[in-house]
Design a protein. Sequence first.
Lengths: 114, 406
Amino acid sequence: MKRPGKMLREVLSHLTKKPATKKYPAEPIKLPDGFRGRLRFYPEKCVGCKLCMKDCPANAITIEKVGDTFEAIVNLDRCIYCAQCVDSCNKKALEMTKQFELAQIDRRALKVKV
Amino acid sequence: MGTVKIPIGPQHPALKEPESFLISLDGERIKDVGMRLGYNHRGVEKAAEGRTYIQNIYLIERVCGICSHSHSTAFIQAVEEVAGVEIPKRAKYIRSIVGELERVHSHLLWLGVAGHEVGFDTLLMYSWRDREVVMELLAAIGGNRVNYAMNTFGGARRDLDKDMLERILKAVDVLEDRTKYYINIATKETTLIKRLSGVGYISKDDVIKLGTVGPTGRASGISRDARKDDPYAAYGEVDFNVITDTHCDVYGRAVVRLLELMETYKIIRQLIKNIPDGDIAVRFPRRVPAGEATSRYEAPRGEDVHYVKGNGTDKPERVKLRAPTLANLMSVAKMLEDDNLADVPIAIAAIDPCFSCTDRMIKLEHSSGNSEIVTWGDLRKRSIDFYRTQHGIDFSELNKKYRGNL
């Protein structure tokens, strides 16, 4: 039947239900398993081929040789969290973590050694 | 009274993205609509020429915030055609499943926006709550809610395991139930029907003449869908109907989108039932041979066309993209003729516009025909001079101070 107020029943039924919104900052959010967050680097696996640097769409990652091992420096504000570097790495030296609360007051603090 | 001209945009509360519409009014009636593009131009096509193919996947994916999978698939299909690589069947199915889930979220988003534009905010709240079901599903599949990054050259980046397919089927059941509810609302709620009927009318002939695509065209009785006309990915192997409508107005567009959702659920169920086992990707060369290809993709908003020209290196020579909004935008001027001023927001929203996909550079030429090239430094100098002479504000000190950072 055509009539106005068709959604009224749905709206009223929600008076007794819990809110649909998440109380995110107050309660931690549940992230899916394959979430793409801040990078993690395993220096012992890296062979310094720099394929991740070559493929990074945002020029966010830099691999540097320090002594005998390698160091990965990531600009977290440039990183677009696409995980292409993880795919490009043949030695599985990079992985994505679930860490996503990366805001900083100072921009320089976003350039980090991962 | 003579004609009154009212600018709507580039910054306007009724528009979600910056775009300029100059509306000539006779009383409340719209006589003419002028449009100006370019407020969101980001130079993506040019930027794509300076990046490698792999980097371009993520650049092209970010052309649009809603149909990210559509753009990246269209681009990747074109590159794969240039390289002559055939992707595994399972990858085709994965691409189609993600593409259809994207259509669900886009159409539910549109339903909410349309409700909001006509003052039916209850519809916005509830349809967006239900959209969360598919958003969370996409986040679980790809690792992110908006840019799923599921595509790569030669296939898909992540596999959909059995549990995930089960989860998709369960979510589709919930979404189908809710969509039926919204179809019931849209076809029975008299206030909504009365507000949307007759607004933004565009006849079948005009739709053909203006080259309108997607649900906007289908709502005027044009049965055109790239999934059916030129099947890509796994669409050749599924059975579905192209939804058309003869209302030719905003109401028709709402009905087409909602009924299309039902077809989408049908497609997802078939894809999951028939998904073959096997690899999800094949090796793809870093250097793509010389050649060119065009690819068509039915994005939620309409047909998306990508053109790629390779020159044998690891960077494309030319990338050209035609987003569906660019094809649909010209029809807005026709739709608004003789409508009321108050119909402008919903008539524009009814094509589901994405202006950042659409925006093109405008080249202004001297009347003498001489064009000039202005460098970035020149442009900066000119703007500093402009503010000094016209407004008495001197930015030169500030410019020196921040030059290194900008």
